[in-house]
Design a protein around this ligand. Structure first.
Ligand code: FES
Ligand code: FES
Length: 170
């Protein structure tokens, strides 16, 4: 049985033969979205994180594409790192990672970007105070592995964008 899903706003039909694929293989081999990286391939490093919205009123959630069967994503809206910039304008977190020299080889960067995008879109409407931010950021990106050890810079960039967002709230 075929089904459909959306990747960065484009609809795809998954046929029966493809429904047994992992999401990462579909992104690379069918959708030609190679920005999502394969690193450990066993669900540990989170380099392959994408954002998945399962239903209209759901928040997007971070999902590890290397280990997620496509069959679990019927009707889902998937956003990959290719889908967050607005033309040539980077998203706020992409720009902050760049400004902060957060990544080196960049292999882990798409996963950090997508986990941060999910966190920030949640933060936009959440009732959060500044003292709570550290623990929330740790929860959002603390499990991501960066072999070049850019952890502090990723963290600081996300905190800067988060604080700006809190300050801009009415
Ligand atoms: S490549 Fe998916 S968790 Fe490491
Ligand atoms: S920048 Fe190289 S793995 Fe993180």
């Amino acid at each position: 049985m075929s089904f459909s899903l959306e990747i960065n706003g484009t609809a795809y039909t998954v046929d029966e033969a493809q429904s047994g694929m992992k999401l990462l293989d579909f992104l690379h081999d069918v959708a030609n979205k190679t920005g999502t990286k394969l690193c450990c391939g066993i669900g540990i490093c989170r380099a392959c994180t994408v954002a998945v919205q399962k239903a209209d009123n759901d928040f997007a959630e971070p999902m590890i594409a290397c280990s997620t069967p496509l069959a679990l994503l019927k009707g889902a809206r998937i956003t990959t790192v290719e889908g967050v910039a607005d033309g040539d304008r980077l998203s706020d977190i992409q720009q902050a990672f760049l400004d902060n020299f957060a990544f080196q080889c960049g292999y882990c960067a798409p996963g950090f970007v997508m986990a941060s995008e999910v966190f920030l879109s949640w933060l936009q409407t959440a009732e959060v105070t500044e003292p709570e931010l550290d623990a929330l950021i740790d929860n959002a990106i603390g499990d991501h592995i960066c072999r070049c050890t850019g952890y502090i810079r990723y963290y600081e960039a996300l905190k800067t964008v988060s604080l700006d967002m809190l300050e801009a709230k009415p």
